[in-house]
Design a binder for this molecule. Structure first.
Ligand code: BYC
Length: 470
Protein backbone atom coordinates (compact mmCIF):
# COMPACT_ATOMS: atom_id res chain seq x y z
CA UNK A 1 0.00 0.00 0.00
CA UNK A 2 1.45 3.38 -0.97
CA UNK A 3 1.56 6.07 1.69
CA UNK A 4 0.98 9.72 1.03
CA UNK A 5 4.00 11.99 1.03
CA UNK A 6 3.10 15.10 3.01
CA UNK A 7 6.66 16.43 3.04
CA UNK A 8 6.22 17.79 -0.48
CA UNK A 9 4.59 21.00 -1.57
CA UNK A 10 1.81 18.95 -3.17
CA UNK A 11 1.03 15.88 -1.04
CA UNK A 12 0.83 12.85 -3.29
CA UNK A 13 1.25 9.13 -3.64
CA UNK A 14 2.19 9.24 -7.33
CA UNK A 15 5.90 9.90 -6.90
CA UNK A 16 5.63 13.43 -8.18
CA UNK A 17 9.30 14.20 -7.41
CA UNK A 18 10.29 11.77 -10.16
CA UNK A 19 8.51 13.79 -12.80
CA UNK A 20 9.87 17.31 -12.58
CA UNK A 21 7.90 18.66 -15.55
CA UNK A 22 4.59 17.48 -14.16
CA UNK A 23 5.53 18.66 -10.68
CA UNK A 24 6.37 22.12 -11.99
CA UNK A 25 3.14 22.31 -14.00
CA UNK A 26 1.07 21.38 -10.96
CA UNK A 27 3.02 23.75 -8.72
CA UNK A 28 2.22 26.45 -11.23
CA UNK A 29 -1.51 25.63 -11.00
CA UNK A 30 -1.44 25.46 -7.18
CA UNK A 31 -1.44 29.26 -6.52
CA UNK A 32 -4.29 29.68 -9.00
CA UNK A 33 -6.24 27.07 -7.07
CA UNK A 34 -5.47 28.78 -3.74
CA UNK A 35 -6.54 32.07 -5.20
CA UNK A 36 -9.78 30.51 -6.47
CA UNK A 37 -10.41 29.05 -2.99
CA UNK A 38 -9.82 32.47 -1.44
CA UNK A 39 -12.22 34.19 -3.84
CA UNK A 40 -14.84 31.52 -4.47
CA UNK A 41 -14.57 29.17 -1.47
CA UNK A 42 -16.50 29.50 1.82
CA UNK A 43 -16.74 33.20 2.63
CA UNK A 44 -15.29 34.70 5.80
CA UNK A 45 -14.08 31.53 7.50
CA UNK A 46 -10.46 31.49 6.40
CA UNK A 47 -9.16 32.13 9.91
CA UNK A 48 -11.36 29.56 11.63
CA UNK A 49 -9.79 26.35 12.92
CA UNK A 50 -11.96 23.52 11.68
CA UNK A 51 -11.94 19.94 12.95
CA UNK A 52 -11.23 18.24 9.62
CA UNK A 53 -10.15 14.81 8.54
CA UNK A 54 -7.29 14.52 6.09
CA UNK A 55 -6.34 11.38 4.22
CA UNK A 56 -2.98 10.02 5.32
CA UNK A 57 -3.05 6.86 3.24
CA UNK A 58 -5.35 5.46 0.61
CA UNK A 59 -6.61 2.41 2.49
CA UNK A 60 -9.72 2.38 4.69
CA UNK A 61 -7.71 3.20 7.85
CA UNK A 62 -6.07 6.16 6.13
CA UNK A 63 -8.98 8.29 7.16
CA UNK A 64 -8.09 8.16 10.85
CA UNK A 65 -6.37 11.55 10.85
CA UNK A 66 -8.51 14.32 12.37
CA UNK A 67 -7.27 17.68 13.58
CA UNK A 68 -7.84 21.42 13.66
CA UNK A 69 -6.97 23.01 10.33
CA UNK A 70 -7.56 26.42 8.79
CA UNK A 71 -9.21 25.65 5.49
CA UNK A 72 -6.70 27.52 3.31
CA UNK A 73 -3.98 25.35 4.94
CA UNK A 74 -5.74 22.09 4.09
CA UNK A 75 -3.26 19.73 2.37
CA UNK A 76 -4.99 19.24 -0.96
CA UNK A 77 -3.12 16.64 -2.95
CA UNK A 78 -3.10 13.76 -5.37
CA UNK A 79 -4.15 10.38 -4.05
CA UNK A 80 -4.80 7.37 -6.21
CA UNK A 81 -5.99 3.99 -4.98
CA UNK A 82 -3.27 1.36 -5.23
CA UNK A 83 -2.91 -0.32 -8.61
CA UNK A 84 -4.46 -3.75 -9.12
CA UNK A 85 -1.88 -6.16 -10.53
CA UNK A 86 -2.58 -7.29 -14.11
CA UNK A 87 -5.86 -5.40 -14.22
CA UNK A 88 -7.87 -6.15 -17.39
CA UNK A 89 -10.64 -4.28 -19.16
CA UNK A 90 -13.88 -5.58 -17.64
CA UNK A 91 -16.46 -4.67 -20.30
CA UNK A 92 -16.98 -3.49 -23.87
CA UNK A 93 -15.42 -4.59 -27.12
CA UNK A 94 -11.89 -4.80 -25.71
CA UNK A 95 -12.87 -6.85 -22.69
CA UNK A 96 -10.05 -8.97 -21.30
CA UNK A 97 -7.24 -6.84 -22.73
CA UNK A 98 -4.82 -5.05 -20.38
CA UNK A 99 -6.05 -1.70 -19.07
CA UNK A 100 -4.47 1.47 -20.48
CA UNK A 101 -1.77 3.32 -18.58
CA UNK A 102 -1.76 6.04 -21.24
CA UNK A 103 -4.63 7.57 -23.18
CA UNK A 104 -5.18 5.90 -26.57
CA UNK A 105 -5.10 8.60 -29.28
CA UNK A 106 -8.55 7.74 -30.64
CA UNK A 107 -10.21 8.28 -27.25
CA UNK A 108 -8.23 11.32 -26.21
CA UNK A 109 -10.81 14.05 -26.79
CA UNK A 110 -13.71 12.06 -25.33
CA UNK A 111 -11.78 11.09 -22.23
CA UNK A 112 -10.62 14.64 -21.75
CA UNK A 113 -14.20 15.84 -22.03
CA UNK A 114 -15.42 13.31 -19.49
CA UNK A 115 -12.67 14.26 -17.04
CA UNK A 116 -13.32 17.98 -17.55
CA UNK A 117 -17.06 17.49 -17.00
CA UNK A 118 -16.39 15.55 -13.82
CA UNK A 119 -13.79 18.09 -12.67
CA UNK A 120 -16.10 21.01 -13.36
CA UNK A 121 -18.70 19.82 -10.86
CA UNK A 122 -16.28 19.84 -7.94
CA UNK A 123 -15.39 23.55 -7.69
CA UNK A 124 -18.93 24.31 -8.88
CA UNK A 125 -20.41 22.76 -5.75
CA UNK A 126 -18.01 24.71 -3.51
CA UNK A 127 -19.12 27.90 -5.25
CA UNK A 128 -22.77 27.00 -4.83
CA UNK A 129 -22.29 26.44 -1.11
CA UNK A 130 -20.01 29.37 -0.35
CA UNK A 131 -22.51 31.52 1.56
CA UNK A 132 -24.04 28.75 3.67
CA UNK A 133 -21.57 29.10 6.55
CA UNK A 134 -23.35 32.31 7.53
CA UNK A 135 -26.63 30.54 8.23
CA UNK A 136 -25.50 27.20 9.66
CA UNK A 137 -28.05 25.47 11.92
CA UNK A 138 -25.27 24.31 14.27
CA UNK A 139 -21.52 24.18 14.68
CA UNK A 140 -21.62 20.45 13.91
CA UNK A 141 -23.26 21.22 10.55
CA UNK A 142 -20.83 24.04 9.85
CA UNK A 143 -17.94 21.64 10.26
CA UNK A 144 -19.58 19.09 7.95
CA UNK A 145 -20.11 21.74 5.29
CA UNK A 146 -16.43 22.67 5.42
CA UNK A 147 -15.36 19.02 5.31
CA UNK A 148 -17.40 18.59 2.16
CA UNK A 149 -15.98 21.79 0.66
CA UNK A 150 -12.33 20.86 1.20
CA UNK A 151 -12.97 17.39 -0.21
CA UNK A 152 -14.62 18.79 -3.32
CA UNK A 153 -11.50 20.92 -3.64
CA UNK A 154 -9.46 17.74 -3.45
CA UNK A 155 -11.62 16.09 -6.09
CA UNK A 156 -10.80 18.99 -8.36
CA UNK A 157 -7.11 18.25 -7.73
CA UNK A 158 -7.75 14.63 -8.69
CA UNK A 159 -9.11 15.59 -12.11
CA UNK A 160 -6.49 18.31 -12.64
CA UNK A 161 -3.76 15.76 -11.99
CA UNK A 162 -5.18 13.56 -14.78
CA UNK A 163 -5.42 16.52 -17.15
CA UNK A 164 -1.84 17.62 -16.44
CA UNK A 165 -0.31 14.17 -16.41
CA UNK A 166 -2.01 12.69 -19.47
CA UNK A 167 -3.31 15.45 -21.75
CA UNK A 168 -0.34 17.77 -22.24
CA UNK A 169 -0.91 21.37 -23.13
CA UNK A 170 -4.65 21.19 -23.75
CA UNK A 171 -5.03 19.40 -20.43
CA UNK A 172 -3.26 22.28 -18.69
CA UNK A 173 -5.50 24.76 -20.46
CA UNK A 174 -8.58 22.84 -19.38
CA UNK A 175 -7.26 22.86 -15.79
CA UNK A 176 -7.07 26.64 -15.91
CA UNK A 177 -10.57 26.91 -17.30
CA UNK A 178 -11.88 24.80 -14.43
CA UNK A 179 -11.08 27.79 -12.24
CA UNK A 180 -12.49 30.33 -14.68
CA UNK A 181 -16.02 29.02 -15.15
CA UNK A 182 -18.21 29.78 -12.15
CA UNK A 183 -21.51 28.45 -10.89
CA UNK A 184 -24.38 30.59 -12.15
CA UNK A 185 -22.07 32.94 -14.10
CA UNK A 186 -23.97 34.45 -17.02
CA UNK A 187 -20.95 34.36 -19.37
CA UNK A 188 -18.98 31.36 -18.15
CA UNK A 189 -21.32 29.03 -16.29
CA UNK A 190 -20.48 25.55 -15.06
CA UNK A 191 -21.04 22.78 -17.62
CA UNK A 192 -23.97 20.88 -16.08
CA UNK A 193 -27.21 22.64 -15.19
CA UNK A 194 -27.60 21.40 -11.60
CA UNK A 195 -24.29 23.01 -10.73
CA UNK A 196 -25.57 26.42 -11.74
CA UNK A 197 -28.59 26.29 -9.43
CA UNK A 198 -28.31 28.80 -6.60
CA UNK A 199 -28.11 27.29 -3.14
CA UNK A 200 -29.21 29.74 -0.50
CA UNK A 201 -30.47 27.46 2.25
CA UNK A 202 -29.48 24.35 4.15
CA UNK A 203 -32.53 22.35 3.15
CA UNK A 204 -31.21 22.61 -0.41
CA UNK A 205 -27.75 21.59 0.80
CA UNK A 206 -29.15 18.42 2.38
CA UNK A 207 -31.14 17.62 -0.77
CA UNK A 208 -28.12 18.38 -2.96
CA UNK A 209 -25.83 16.13 -0.92
CA UNK A 210 -28.52 13.45 -0.92
CA UNK A 211 -29.37 13.54 -4.64
CA UNK A 212 -26.57 15.28 -6.50
CA UNK A 213 -23.66 13.79 -4.59
CA UNK A 214 -25.32 10.42 -5.18
CA UNK A 215 -25.11 11.08 -8.91
CA UNK A 216 -21.44 11.71 -8.15
CA UNK A 217 -21.24 8.29 -6.53
CA UNK A 218 -22.72 6.64 -9.63
CA UNK A 219 -20.55 8.54 -12.11
CA UNK A 220 -17.42 7.82 -10.06
CA UNK A 221 -18.36 4.16 -9.81
CA UNK A 222 -18.71 3.98 -13.58
CA UNK A 223 -15.28 5.62 -13.99
CA UNK A 224 -13.85 3.25 -11.39
CA UNK A 225 -14.54 0.54 -14.01
CA UNK A 226 -12.72 2.48 -16.74
CA UNK A 227 -10.07 0.92 -18.93
CA UNK A 228 -8.03 4.11 -18.40
CA UNK A 229 -6.38 2.90 -15.23
CA UNK A 230 -5.28 6.26 -13.72
CA UNK A 231 -8.91 7.44 -13.96
CA UNK A 232 -10.14 4.25 -12.35
CA UNK A 233 -7.64 4.51 -9.49
CA UNK A 234 -8.36 8.15 -8.83
CA UNK A 235 -12.12 7.58 -8.76
CA UNK A 236 -11.82 4.58 -6.48
CA UNK A 237 -10.20 6.79 -3.88
CA UNK A 238 -12.66 9.66 -4.45
CA UNK A 239 -15.53 7.30 -3.66
CA UNK A 240 -14.27 6.89 -0.10
CA UNK A 241 -14.59 10.66 0.36
CA UNK A 242 -17.99 10.85 -1.33
CA UNK A 243 -19.66 8.63 1.29
CA UNK A 244 -19.52 11.36 3.95
CA UNK A 245 -21.26 13.85 1.66
CA UNK A 246 -24.24 11.56 1.18
CA UNK A 247 -24.26 10.87 4.92
CA UNK A 248 -24.68 14.62 5.50
CA UNK A 249 -27.62 14.64 3.09
CA UNK A 250 -29.38 11.59 4.44
CA UNK A 251 -28.96 12.42 8.12
CA UNK A 252 -29.70 16.10 7.45
CA UNK A 253 -33.09 15.29 5.93
CA UNK A 254 -33.76 12.72 8.69
CA UNK A 255 -33.14 15.40 11.30
CA UNK A 256 -35.49 17.81 9.53
CA UNK A 257 -38.21 15.14 9.42
CA UNK A 258 -37.64 14.35 13.09
CA UNK A 259 -37.94 17.97 14.17
CA UNK A 260 -41.03 18.52 12.04
CA UNK A 261 -42.70 15.47 13.59
CA UNK A 262 -41.85 16.82 17.05
CA UNK A 263 -43.51 20.13 16.18
CA UNK A 264 -46.56 18.32 14.82
CA UNK A 265 -46.84 16.33 18.04
CA UNK A 266 -46.27 19.34 20.27
CA UNK A 267 -49.06 21.28 18.56
CA UNK A 268 -51.31 18.28 17.97
CA UNK A 269 -51.71 18.92 14.25
CA UNK A 270 -50.37 18.03 10.83
CA UNK A 271 -51.42 21.39 9.43
CA UNK A 272 -48.42 22.69 7.42
CA UNK A 273 -49.28 26.29 8.30
CA UNK A 274 -49.04 25.54 12.02
CA UNK A 275 -45.67 23.84 11.51
CA UNK A 276 -44.48 26.90 9.62
CA UNK A 277 -45.76 29.29 12.26
CA UNK A 278 -43.71 27.41 14.84
CA UNK A 279 -40.55 27.62 12.79
CA UNK A 280 -40.47 24.19 11.15
CA UNK A 281 -40.20 22.83 7.62
CA UNK A 282 -43.62 21.34 6.93
CA UNK A 283 -43.56 17.99 5.14
CA UNK A 284 -45.24 19.22 1.91
CA UNK A 285 -42.48 21.82 1.58
CA UNK A 286 -39.82 19.17 2.16
CA UNK A 287 -41.50 17.09 -0.57
CA UNK A 288 -41.16 20.01 -2.98
CA UNK A 289 -37.45 20.36 -2.23
CA UNK A 290 -37.03 16.62 -2.82
CA UNK A 291 -38.86 16.95 -6.15
CA UNK A 292 -36.69 19.87 -7.20
CA UNK A 293 -33.27 18.39 -6.46
CA UNK A 294 -34.16 14.86 -7.50
CA UNK A 295 -35.47 15.93 -10.91
CA UNK A 296 -32.51 18.25 -11.45
CA UNK A 297 -30.06 15.47 -10.55
CA UNK A 298 -31.79 12.97 -12.87
CA UNK A 299 -30.70 15.10 -15.83
CA UNK A 300 -27.08 14.55 -14.82
CA UNK A 301 -27.21 11.03 -16.23
CA UNK A 302 -27.69 12.38 -19.76
CA UNK A 303 -30.24 11.34 -22.32
CA UNK A 304 -32.13 8.04 -22.08
CA UNK A 305 -31.03 7.25 -25.61
CA UNK A 306 -27.42 8.24 -26.10
CA UNK A 307 -24.81 7.40 -28.69
CA UNK A 308 -22.19 8.86 -26.32
CA UNK A 309 -23.06 6.28 -23.69
CA UNK A 310 -22.85 3.50 -26.31
CA UNK A 311 -19.39 4.47 -27.50
CA UNK A 312 -18.09 5.21 -24.01
CA UNK A 313 -19.06 1.71 -22.93
CA UNK A 314 -18.02 -0.15 -26.08
CA UNK A 315 -14.57 1.48 -26.03
CA UNK A 316 -14.02 0.76 -22.32
CA UNK A 317 -13.94 4.39 -21.19
CA UNK A 318 -16.94 4.25 -18.89
CA UNK A 319 -18.60 1.13 -17.48
CA UNK A 320 -21.71 0.58 -15.44
CA UNK A 321 -21.44 1.03 -11.68
CA UNK A 322 -20.60 -2.37 -10.17
CA UNK A 323 -19.97 -3.83 -13.63
CA UNK A 324 -19.02 -7.23 -12.20
CA UNK A 325 -22.56 -7.75 -10.89
CA UNK A 326 -23.90 -7.94 -14.49
CA UNK A 327 -23.74 -11.09 -16.62
CA UNK A 328 -23.23 -9.63 -20.07
CA UNK A 329 -20.34 -7.16 -20.28
CA UNK A 330 -20.39 -6.58 -24.04
CA UNK A 331 -24.07 -5.94 -24.75
CA UNK A 332 -23.79 -6.24 -28.55
CA UNK A 333 -27.14 -7.28 -30.01
CA UNK A 334 -29.06 -6.64 -26.76
CA UNK A 335 -32.04 -4.30 -26.78
CA UNK A 336 -34.34 -2.74 -24.19
CA UNK A 337 -37.83 -1.23 -24.34
CA UNK A 338 -37.86 2.42 -23.33
CA UNK A 339 -40.89 4.64 -22.76
CA UNK A 340 -40.73 7.91 -24.69
CA UNK A 341 -43.43 10.57 -25.17
CA UNK A 342 -44.05 9.00 -28.59
CA UNK A 343 -44.59 5.55 -27.07
CA UNK A 344 -42.46 2.47 -26.36
CA UNK A 345 -39.25 2.21 -28.36
CA UNK A 346 -36.88 -0.70 -28.74
CA UNK A 347 -33.40 0.67 -28.24
CA UNK A 348 -29.98 -1.03 -28.40
CA UNK A 349 -28.95 -1.66 -24.80
CA UNK A 350 -25.63 0.09 -25.43
CA UNK A 351 -27.50 3.31 -26.19
CA UNK A 352 -29.68 3.00 -23.09
CA UNK A 353 -26.94 2.78 -20.47
CA UNK A 354 -27.58 6.27 -19.08
CA UNK A 355 -31.10 5.07 -18.31
CA UNK A 356 -29.87 1.80 -16.81
CA UNK A 357 -27.67 3.84 -14.51
CA UNK A 358 -30.46 6.30 -13.70
CA UNK A 359 -32.72 3.43 -12.68
CA UNK A 360 -30.20 1.92 -10.29
CA UNK A 361 -29.57 5.42 -8.92
CA UNK A 362 -33.28 5.86 -8.23
CA UNK A 363 -33.36 2.56 -6.36
CA UNK A 364 -30.51 3.82 -4.20
CA UNK A 365 -32.40 7.07 -3.60
CA UNK A 366 -35.37 5.07 -2.29
CA UNK A 367 -33.41 3.95 0.77
CA UNK A 368 -33.61 7.31 2.52
CA UNK A 369 -37.26 7.72 1.56
CA UNK A 370 -38.08 4.43 3.28
CA UNK A 371 -36.30 5.58 6.44
CA UNK A 372 -38.08 8.95 6.53
CA UNK A 373 -41.45 7.37 5.81
CA UNK A 374 -40.97 4.90 8.65
CA UNK A 375 -40.43 7.86 10.98
CA UNK A 376 -43.61 9.52 9.69
CA UNK A 377 -45.59 6.30 9.94
CA UNK A 378 -44.39 5.64 13.51
CA UNK A 379 -45.49 9.12 14.47
CA UNK A 380 -48.98 8.17 13.25
CA UNK A 381 -49.28 10.34 10.13
CA UNK A 382 -50.60 9.26 6.73
CA UNK A 383 -48.45 11.46 4.50
CA UNK A 384 -45.62 9.67 2.66
CA UNK A 385 -42.63 11.29 0.98
CA UNK A 386 -42.01 10.07 -2.56
CA UNK A 387 -39.55 10.44 -5.40
CA UNK A 388 -40.87 12.18 -8.50
CA UNK A 389 -41.15 10.17 -11.71
CA UNK A 390 -37.96 10.22 -13.77
CA UNK A 391 -39.97 11.94 -16.53
CA UNK A 392 -40.89 14.91 -14.36
CA UNK A 393 -39.30 18.33 -15.10
CA UNK A 394 -36.58 16.96 -17.31
CA UNK A 395 -34.31 19.19 -19.40
CA UNK A 396 -32.30 16.42 -21.07
CA UNK A 397 -33.51 13.44 -23.10
CA UNK A 398 -36.82 12.58 -24.81
CA UNK A 399 -38.85 13.85 -21.83
CA UNK A 400 -37.15 17.26 -21.88
CA UNK A 401 -39.74 20.01 -21.77
CA UNK A 402 -42.67 17.55 -21.90
CA UNK A 403 -45.41 18.53 -19.45
CA UNK A 404 -45.55 15.59 -17.05
CA UNK A 405 -46.79 15.41 -13.46
CA UNK A 406 -44.77 13.93 -10.60
CA UNK A 407 -46.33 10.52 -11.31
CA UNK A 408 -45.03 10.63 -14.87
CA UNK A 409 -48.40 11.26 -16.56
CA UNK A 410 -48.49 13.61 -19.54
CA UNK A 411 -50.84 16.52 -18.86
CA UNK A 412 -51.82 19.65 -20.81
CA UNK A 413 -49.10 22.30 -20.73
CA UNK A 414 -51.26 25.00 -19.14
CA UNK A 415 -52.14 22.59 -16.32
CA UNK A 416 -48.47 21.74 -15.85
CA UNK A 417 -47.52 25.39 -15.65
CA UNK A 418 -50.32 26.11 -13.22
CA UNK A 419 -49.49 23.20 -10.96
CA UNK A 420 -45.71 23.45 -10.98
CA UNK A 421 -45.86 25.47 -7.77
CA UNK A 422 -47.57 22.51 -6.10
CA UNK A 423 -44.61 20.31 -6.98
CA UNK A 424 -41.47 22.39 -6.60
CA UNK A 425 -40.79 25.19 -4.11
CA UNK A 426 -42.79 28.34 -4.81
CA UNK A 427 -41.46 31.77 -3.95
CA UNK A 428 -43.47 31.64 -0.75
CA UNK A 429 -41.97 28.26 0.19
CA UNK A 430 -38.48 29.54 -0.49
CA UNK A 431 -39.12 32.67 1.53
CA UNK A 432 -40.31 30.56 4.45
CA UNK A 433 -37.28 28.26 4.31
CA UNK A 434 -34.98 31.29 4.00
CA UNK A 435 -36.62 32.86 7.05
CA UNK A 436 -35.54 29.80 9.07
CA UNK A 437 -31.91 30.20 8.09
CA UNK A 438 -30.57 31.92 11.19
CA UNK A 439 -27.04 31.13 12.22
CA UNK A 440 -26.69 29.00 15.37
CA UNK A 441 -23.09 28.68 16.45
CA UNK A 442 -22.99 27.85 20.19
CA UNK A 443 -21.52 24.33 20.51
CA UNK A 444 -24.30 21.74 20.88
CA UNK A 445 -27.17 24.16 20.08
CA UNK A 446 -29.44 23.53 17.06
CA UNK A 447 -31.66 25.78 15.00
CA UNK A 448 -35.35 25.24 15.75
CA UNK A 449 -36.11 23.57 12.40
CA UNK A 450 -33.70 20.65 12.76
CA UNK A 451 -33.11 17.95 15.39
CA UNK A 452 -29.61 17.31 16.75
CA UNK A 453 -27.57 14.54 15.12
CA UNK A 454 -27.46 11.19 16.88
CA UNK A 455 -23.73 11.43 17.44
CA UNK A 456 -20.81 13.77 16.85
CA UNK A 457 -17.84 13.44 14.54
CA UNK A 458 -15.16 10.81 15.22
CA UNK A 459 -16.79 9.75 18.51
CA UNK A 460 -16.74 13.28 19.91
CA UNK A 461 -19.74 14.80 21.64
CA UNK A 462 -22.34 16.69 19.61
CA UNK A 463 -21.49 19.80 21.66
CA UNK A 464 -17.78 19.62 20.89
CA UNK A 465 -16.38 22.89 19.54
CA UNK A 466 -15.85 21.70 15.96
CA UNK A 467 -15.04 25.15 14.62
CA UNK A 468 -13.01 27.73 16.52
CA UNK A 469 -14.05 31.11 15.22
CA UNK A 470 -11.62 33.94 15.72
N1 BYC B 1 -26.58 19.42 -18.36
O1 BYC B 1 -25.82 11.68 -24.81
P1 BYC B 1 -26.06 12.70 -23.73
C1 BYC B 1 -20.43 14.94 -8.91
C2 BYC B 1 -24.93 17.17 -22.68
S1 BYC B 1 -21.78 14.71 -9.94
C3 BYC B 1 -25.96 19.97 -19.45
O2 BYC B 1 -27.44 13.01 -23.36
P2 BYC B 1 -23.93 11.59 -22.21
C4 BYC B 1 -20.60 15.87 -7.79
C5 BYC B 1 -23.74 16.24 -22.88
O3 BYC B 1 -22.56 16.77 -22.27
C6 BYC B 1 -21.15 13.69 -11.26
N2 BYC B 1 -25.57 19.24 -20.52
O4 BYC B 1 -25.32 12.30 -22.39
C7 BYC B 1 -21.82 15.94 -7.10
C8 BYC B 1 -23.66 16.15 -24.39
O5 BYC B 1 -23.00 17.29 -24.90
P3 BYC B 1 -22.16 17.17 -26.29
C9 BYC B 1 -20.46 14.47 -12.36
C10 BYC B 1 -25.80 17.91 -20.50
O6 BYC B 1 -22.85 12.31 -22.90
C11 BYC B 1 -21.98 16.84 -6.08
C12 BYC B 1 -25.11 16.24 -24.83
O7 BYC B 1 -25.82 16.83 -23.72
N3 BYC B 1 -19.78 13.60 -13.25
O8 BYC B 1 -19.41 14.39 -9.12
O9 BYC B 1 -24.09 10.14 -22.43
C13 BYC B 1 -20.94 17.66 -5.70
C14 BYC B 1 -25.68 14.90 -25.15
O10 BYC B 1 -25.30 14.02 -24.11
C15 BYC B 1 -26.41 17.27 -19.41
C16 BYC B 1 -20.18 13.35 -14.51
O11 BYC B 1 -21.13 13.87 -15.00
C17 BYC B 1 -26.81 18.10 -18.31
N4 BYC B 1 -27.41 17.57 -17.22
O12 BYC B 1 -23.79 11.77 -20.61
C18 BYC B 1 -19.73 17.60 -6.39
C19 BYC B 1 -19.34 12.37 -15.28
N5 BYC B 1 -26.52 15.97 -19.69
O13 BYC B 1 -21.05 16.18 -25.99
C20 BYC B 1 -19.56 16.70 -7.41
C21 BYC B 1 -18.78 12.94 -16.55
C22 BYC B 1 -25.99 15.79 -20.90
O14 BYC B 1 -23.10 16.69 -27.31
N6 BYC B 1 -19.80 13.22 -17.52
N7 BYC B 1 -25.55 16.94 -21.40
O15 BYC B 1 -21.66 18.58 -26.48
C23 BYC B 1 -20.41 12.26 -18.26
O16 BYC B 1 -20.16 11.08 -18.11
C24 BYC B 1 -21.39 12.68 -19.30
O17 BYC B 1 -20.91 13.86 -19.88
C25 BYC B 1 -22.83 12.91 -18.79
C26 BYC B 1 -23.74 13.00 -20.01
C27 BYC B 1 -23.24 11.75 -17.89
C28 BYC B 1 -22.95 14.21 -18.02
Amino acid sequence: MSSINYAEKIPNNVNLTNDRTLQRALEHWQPAFRNWWHEMGPTDFEKADVYLRTAISVDAQGWAHYGNVKMPDYRWGIFLADPVADRRIGFGDQMGQPVWQQVPGEYRSTLRRLIVTQGDTEPASVEQQRMLGHTCPSMYDLRNLFQINVEEGRHLWAMVYLLHAYFGRDGREEAEELLERHSGDADKPRILTTFNEPMTDWLSLYCFTYFTDRDGKYQLKSFAESAFDPLSRTCRFMLTEEAHHMFVGETGISRVVKRTLELMKEHGTDDPEVVRRHGGVDLPTLQKYLNFWCSSSLDLFGSEISSNSASNFASGMKGRPDETTYEDHVLRGKTIQLATPEGEQEVPMLNALNEVMRESYLKDCEIGLKRWNRMIERAGHDLRLTLPSSRFRRSIGPWAGVPVDTHGRMIPRHEYEQRLEDWIPSERDRAHVLSLMQRVIEPGKMAGWIAPPERGINNLAVDYEYVHLH
